[in-house]
Design a protein around this ligand. Sequence first.
Ligand code: PAF
Length: 282
Amino acid sequence: MIICKTKTALQLLLKNKNQQPIGFVPTMGALHKGHIALIEESKKQTSITVCSIFINPTQFNDKKDFEKYPVTIESDILQLEQAHCDILFLPSVEEIYPNGLSSLTQYNLGFLEEILEGKYRANHFQGVCNVVERLLRIVQPHILFLGQKDYQQCRVIAQLIHLMQWQHTLKLVILPTIREASGLAMSSRNSRLTADEKQKATTIYKALQFIQNNFTKQSFSSLQKEASTMLLNNGFHEIDYISICNAENLQPTQTYSSSVKHIALIAAFIGSVRLIDNLLLD
Ligand code: PAF
């Protein structure tokens, strides 16, 4: 695997290799099996796979969350090498934001940034779009691979691709969430959980499964109430949302409809860690 730290070096390398299509997996490091599944899929579908590791300061609304974000670069490189990733792009903040962190682009994300993560993490998706647009302009991939665990982020990035009018040259592939045997969704933030918290954190998936098993039979408000009790009885102390939405557009839904695809999404705190997860219900 070749490691490039500057966009000039990366672009020169890609030009010299002249291999197409290019697959791209953007990450913030602290890699786990979920990321590696994206690399493996890119290896299958493309001729050259680029992974980026960049902890993007503009997408953290909470300074403490940014400071505590896990950094495991040596293990990340090892995992990428074992997965036969071709290129790792490892830029500095200056490389991505040469004009500083205050001159950011504003994207029209509409309703998508007012709900769920957007509601609880002010400007988070503006930061995500700023970094993803910059990374896409540098790497110029043909296929972008993202994980369903960040479902709303996937929808936001689809909207970014649409806003940039890249939909004819860039394909977005979303892969299912990879889970531990316990059901806990793989996440870089799991490394901040104690063993006890990690065990209790599996309730988030159990609550999603409970909703899935009952969403055609019970009112959504009673499902949300029961799911909330499950979380609060099992180590979660604060719940940002338990929401059942239309999976296409993320509009909240109050009742089951056989003509709509539903998704349940949860964000809740266990200890000092905020976890998110989701499950397509139909
Ligand atoms: O999902 C992530 O790790 C980040 O939000 C992303 C897409 C790499 C942008 O910083």
